[in-house]
Design a protein around this ligand. Structure first.
Ligand code: COA
Length: 386
């Protein structure tokens, strides 16, 4: 790893060991929902609501709901479909959320289970045994529960001797996890770190909200970060940087104190809520500038990057950031888009893009993994093929 500048959130100059992304893995749920199916369910729900409350709507006491449309969703977001852990609940207009039964304590939790599936894929591609891993970081935008950590369940399921913990930085969780892993490698705390991103975002999505019912999908990704002097093939991590700036424009107020606040049960802000337009306006410049500045500090010409693996939130955001960073209209190969198939999978999006589109890189070619989201938060990880 190149020593980065002494910038808050960047690596410091005292690095004992360089770090490498040695392998990635992906778990894709078996079920999926297209925009047409989602809109059909939403519009049936609207119909039921408007009929049920017709008298109150006529009296001006309840607002009539407006239907959603496939055309709007595709144009505003670029999303065509999404994978989900449970389809039947999501497309039932009387339910409108996934149906995921609770499991007994002696069974692996569902989030740990999909994390393990992604981790096993990464470990198989790595070609080494899980015993070479010293730490598990489970980095995701929603947690299965407060404790014990999913990371420790995953550690146990994979037979890893070491330590694990969960961390949540919303959509930026994966890059924050990779940096945490690279820092453990740098200081000698671990030889290899497994970073897992299980995202069951359908659980926090309000499928009754017209503005956002189409945004998210479920998936899990895994990244193995390893000491460079022990790694074979893979990707040298050239630099990592993190940034957070407080914003109320993306929130989820679900938490353990909810039950202590009388009258707050069932309130819409206990699920994902956002001011989408403000997010767009504020996050695009913040992230574009962060990428360009970080590249300059590392001596990398951003316009010469072979590829961007950006967080997958919205096609228009990704297009604009791509143009600002590369200084031209990026090609589909330069700015990888997977959100048409997966939707916004929160922290996993940029890792899916990387996982899916890197085989054509020659040794020495450079790209950028970048995530951004609630907080606001953003993370940049520049990588070079070994
Ligand atoms: N179906 C049909 N029409 C819809 C609709 C739906 N599901 N949802 C909203 N509309 C309508 C609105 O009522 C509005 O109509 P009007 O012009 O008559 O008032 C119009 O479409 C535009 O709505 P708006 O909310 O301004 O759309 P937008 O183009 O800003 O797109 C987002 C909305 C959320 C997709 C977009 O702002 C976005 O993606 N922002 C980035 C947020 C993000 O990605 N966050 C994740 C974390 S990084």
């Amino acid at each position: 790893m190149r020593a980065g500048p002494d910038e808050p959130g960047s690596e410091r100059r005292h690095i004992l060991h360089a770090a490498v992304i040695a392998a990635t893995g992906l778990y894709t749920p078996a079920e999926r929902v297209t925009n047409a199916e989602l809109v059909e369910a939403f519009n049936a729900f609207v119909e039921i609501h408007n009929t049920r409350h017709a008298a109150k709507i006529a009296a001006g006491e309840v607002e009539a709901l407006a239907p959603s449309s496939v055309e709007f969703i595709e144009k505003a977001s670029g999303i065509k479909s999404r994978y989900v852990m449970n389809r039947s609940g999501v497309v039932d207009p009387e339910i409108m959320h996934p149906l995921i039964p609770e499991r007994p304590n002696d069974e692996l939790s569902i989030m740990a289970e999909i994390g393990v599936a992604a981790a096993k894929d990464a470990i198989a591609r790595w070609g080494k045994d899980a015993s070479h891993i010293d730490a598990v970081v489970c980095a995701a935008s929603n947690m299965q529960r407060a404790y014990p950590a999913m990371a420790i369940e995953i550690q146990e399921a994979l037979g890893i001797d070491g330590f694990g913990f969960d961390m949540n930085v919303a959509c930026s969780s994966a890059t924050f996890g990779i940096k945490t892993a690279a820092d453990y490698i740098a200081t000698g705390s671990a030889r290899a770190v497994l970073v897992v991103n299980p995202e069951i975002t359908s659980g926090h999505l309000n499928f009754r909200d017209r503005d956002s019912h189409f945004i998210f999908g479920d998936v899990a990704t895994a990244v193995i970060v390893e000491r460079a002097d022990q790694a074979g093939s893979g990707w040298d991590i050239l630099g990592t940087r993190l940034k957070t700036v407080f914003s109320n424009n993306i929130r989820n107020n679900f938490g353990f104190l909810n039950r202590t606040a009388p009258g707050s049960e069932g309130a819409a802000d206990k699920l994902f809520v956002q001011e989408g337009r403000k997010v767009f306006r504020e996050v695009v410049p913040m992230v574009s500038e962060m990428i360009v500045t970080h590249a300059a500090d590392l001596g990398i010409d951003p316009t010469a990057l072979k590829r961007l693996w950006l967080h997958q939130a919205n096609i228009n955001m990704n297009d604009l950031i791509g143009r600002r960073v590369l200084g031209r209209e990026p090609t589909a190969e330069e700015n990888v888009i997977i959100l048409d198939e997966f939707a916004n999978t929160s922290s996993a999006g940029s890792i899916i893009a990387f996982h899916r589109a890197h085989e054509d890189f020659e040794a020495g070619e450079t790209g950028l993994i970048c995530s951004f989201g609630a907080g606001y938060s953003a993370g940049t990880v520049f990588v070079r093929r070994r």
